[in-house]
Design a binder for this molecule. Structure first.
Ligand code: ZN
Length: 221
């Protein structure tokens, strides 16, 4: 799955899990959690893509530590991380026992494939609906400092996509428009990045406005 789907599925898994345990994981974290397993792309060739960071015997202990340390927030964040493995095992396979075994688990419906496109574009649609219902859309429509953190998932998605394309020696434009299914995925990435970008601008605006406000006058006793 591409980063659009990972980020969106992560948001859905994290937010819905968070709701069950009555915590509200910040949106930038909910969008980022499911992108983390693909951070191995940053460490190429030190770490081979789709190995350690896609292994259950590595991620489950990490998630256990997060849950013990951060309770409900850790659980919501972990749900986002693990959504990555669920998604990858639908369109491809994951090595759940790496490095002990190279055994691959998954139903390999294909990437790119119509199923993948539905899963990615559908997830984006659901994210927009959920963000409307839970009020997260205000991060983009209103000027507030917290929105600036959306820069973290935004930069991750953009740089990982560029590195991934670079590694595979494909021209991004040619790749993006090579198939009808991919065109929709490309459009989805543009919508997601554009929305996050707008949020970042709102955050920066709020910070500038706050910085210009005069400091409160010292209290005279
Ligand atoms: Zn992956």
């Amino acid at each position: 799955m591409f980063l659009l789907g990972h980020s969106c599925w992560s948001y859905l898994f994290s937010k819905l899990t968070g709701r069950q345990v009555k915590v509200n994981l910040p949106s930038y974290m909910a969008l980022l959690a499911g992108v983390l397993p693909d951070f191995d792309i940053y460490f190429k060739p030190l770490i081979q893509h789709h190995t350690y960071t896609h292994s259950l015997i590595i991620l489950l202990p990490v998630c256990a530590v997060l849950v013990i340390r951060f309770k409900g927030l850790g659980l919501a964040f972990s749900a986002g991380i693990l959504s990555h493995l669920v998604a990858d095992s639908i369109v491809g396979t994951i090595p759940p026992l790496y490095p002990l075994s190279n055994f691959q688990l998954g139903i390999s419906l294909g990437l790119p494939s119509p199923v993948d496109t539905v899963l990615e574009a559908g997830a984006l649609g659901l994210v927009l609906v959920l963000a409307y219902l839970n009020g997260d859309y205000k991060l983009v429509t209103e000027s507030q400092c917290e929105s600036v953190y959306l820069v973290i998932p935004m930069v991750s998605i953009v740089t990982l996509t560029l590195l991934f394309a670079g590694d595979n020696n494909v021209s991004l434009a040619a790749f993006a428009f090579s198939r009808k299914a991919l065109t929709l995925i490309t459009l989805g990435h543009v919508v997601l990045i554009g929305t996050l970008g707008l949020g970042v601008v709102q955050g920066v605006r709020a910070i500038i406005v706050e910085g210009k406000q005069p400091a409160p006058a010292p209290q005279v006793p």
